[in-house]
Structure formats: structure tokens, C-alpha cells
Design a protein around this ligand. Structure first.
Ligand SMILES: [Zn+2]
Length: 244
């Protein structure tokens, strides 16, 4: 009798631990990944589309004024960005993108490849198909994705403070309706106007180390009620009231 009970409990423990292992495996599979899955470890010297996919996600982890290229070449600057990303999320900062780094990236991305705290809808409040701007709809949407990953980095660096976007991509029609500048980066999809907290000056200062080359904030005409960040090929920062 006693032995039968013992055997029953042993079987129960085995089943219970089997269930736990099963759940763990399921959670792992769900992470790799509806959006994009890396199939090899990447380090300096690697090249390919998998490097480009990595660059898109770590481009917000750069030094002041730096813009990471999305060229698919894993060079010294990509290594430095991966290191900064790893360090920001408590991983070993070796500059090599392996399983731990990918696992963190999977956790940070949604099925549509946007970072978890931002969405295409937030970056496109005026026309849902991304058409009618200065670039093709596909380019505008791709530019918005790159901007979102920089904002995700900035949000984390600020202490996981939610960032509010009041305007992103604009078609020409939408841009003139809101009184935007004629050559506005909003027409390209890479601009975001940030409102809410933290302060506009704090946002303008922080944006400098997250890959944004156009930063307009308090003291710049028409920018006292938001901070504008974008990727302009001709870098320009101006927020005179913030000392920028
Ligand atoms: Zn703007």
C-alpha cells in the first residue's frame, strides 16, 4: 500500500515537472519569432540582411551625434551599438549578437516588427496607407520603423518613461493641413513629434545620443509645445531654450 502511494507521487512529480518543461519550451518557441528570427551569431566582420535587421534594432544605441548605417556590414560602430544595447539591458556587453541578445530583441519586438512600446498607428495619424509623401509608401513605413526603434532606446535610457507621439508621417495634404514646413521630414516618415513627459528640453537633450540628426525643440519657431526628432541627411539641432 505504502509503496503504491509512493509510486503514485513519483509519477505525479514527473508529470508535473513535464508540464513545467513543456510550458517553458512553448514560451521559447513563441519568442522566435513572428517578425524576424536570427539563425546565426553575429559579430564584427559579418555581413548580410541579418546584420541589417540587427542594425535597425540597435541604431538607437550610439554616441552623441552618431548615426549608425543600415548597410548590413557589422563593423566597429555596430559592435559599439550592440555593446551599448547589451549594457542597457543588463546583458554581457561583448558586442557579439548571440542567443542572449537575440532573445532580448525578440522580447522587445511585436509580430509586425515594431518595438513593443510603439506602433505604426502612432506614427501615422493622418493617412493609413503611408502614401502621398515625399517617398514611396514602403519607404515611409520603413523609415517610421527605424525611428520607432530609436525611440524605444531613448525611452529605455530615460528610465522606461512612456513617450507620447503627437505626429509622425504626413502626406503633403496632411502636412499643409497642419501647417508643417514645406520640406518637413514628416513627409519622409522618419520624424516624430514628442509631447507629454519628460520635459521637451529633456527629450531634446536625450535624442542626441539615440541616432536622431534633426532635433527641434523649445525656442525654435513653432516648437515650444513639442520636441521634434527625425533622421535628416543634413544634421541640424536647435532648441535654444534648452541650450542646444
Ligand atoms: Zn515635427
Amino acid at each position: 500500500m505504502f509503496r503504491r502511494i509512493a509510486r503514485f507521487f513519483a509519477a505525479f512529480v514527473m508529470i508535473a515537472s513535464g508540464v513545467v518543461v513543456g510550458m517553458g519550451a512553448t514560451a521559447g518557441a513563441a519568442h522566435a519569432d513572428e517578425c524576424y528570427t536570427w539563425s546565426r551569431t553575429l559579430s564584427q566582420g559579418a555581413s548580410g540582411n541579418d546584420v541589417t535587421q540587427l542594425q535597425i534594432r540597435v541604431a538607437g544605441w550610439v554616441t552623441s551625434g552618431e548615426r549608425l548605417s543600415y548597410d548590413g556590414q557589422f563593423g566597429a560602430r555596430t559592435t559599439a551599438a550592440v555593446r551599448k544595447f547589451q549594457s542597457a539591458y543588463g546583458l554581457t556587453a561583448d558586442g557579439i549578437a548571440g542567443p542572449a541578445t537575440f532573445s532580448k530583441l525578440y522580447a522587445l519586438q511585436d509580430a509586425d516588427c515594431t518595438p513593443v512600446h510603439f506602433s505604426y498607428a502612432e506614427l501615422n495619424r493622418c493617412n493609413s496607407d503611408w502614401s502621398g509623401g515625399a517617398v514611396s509608401a514602403a519607404t515611409a513605413k520603413a523609415n517610421a520603423l527605424k525611428t520607432m526603434w530609436k525611440l524605444e532606446a531613448m525611452r529605455h535610457a530615460l528610465g522606461d518613461v512612456p513617450l507620447t507621439i503627437s505626429s509622425g508621417f504626413r502626406s503633403y495634404a496632411c502636412n499643409s493641413a497642419v501647417g508643417g514646413a514645406s520640406g518637413s521630414r514628416h513627409l519622409y516618415g522618419d520624424a516624430a513629434d514628442l509631447t507629454g513627459s519628460p520635459s521637451f528640453c529633456r527629450l531634446a537633450q536625450e535624442a542626441r545620443t539615440h541616432g536622431f540628426s534633426e532635433i527641434l525643440g523649445p525656442g525654435y519657431p513653432d516648437h515650444n509645445d513639442h520636441t521634434h526628432v527625425a533622421l535628416d541627411p543634413s544634421p541640424y539641432w536647435s532648441a535654444p531654450n534648452c541650450g542646444i
